[in-house]
Design a protein around this ligand. Structure first.
Ligand code: FES
Length: 105
């Protein structure tokens, strides 16, 4: 469904979305990698379980919450890809853990 534009920089960075290798241009966001991977959802809403994919791509909607390199609750559209990055679906509601505010907990 999604593809890079012909004039886009070459896809030179390999990341893994749900363990699938995906090549993306340097400087792309993790959310772009999710869309290029073609998976049906990166998270499910905690109340209804509705599937979600990145939507606004600018940090507003939070539909791109994912686990990135083992850290949950990251806004994938706000994170630039790095070689070997691992992007996994966000499962369930965010867990609040005392003393870990602002540390991706
Ligand atoms: S896609 Fe909307 S906050 Fe990331």
């Amino acid at each position: 469904m999604f593809a890079t534009r012909p004039e886009a920089r070459p896809a030179s960075v390999e990341v893994f979305v749900e363990d699938r290798p995906v090549m993306v241009p340097e400087g792309a966001s993790a959310a772009a990698a999710v869309l290029l991977a073609g998976i049906p959802a990166i998270r499910e809403t905690p109340v209804s379980g509705a599937p979600r994919l990145p939507y606004c791509m600018m940090g507003v909607c939070f539909d791109c919450l994912a686990e990135i390199d083992g850290v949950a609750n990251r806004q994938a559209c706000m994170v630039m890809v790095t070689p070997g990055m691992r992007i996994a679906p966000q499962r369930g509601a965010r867990q609040a853990r005392p003393g870990l505010a602002g540390k991706g907990a």
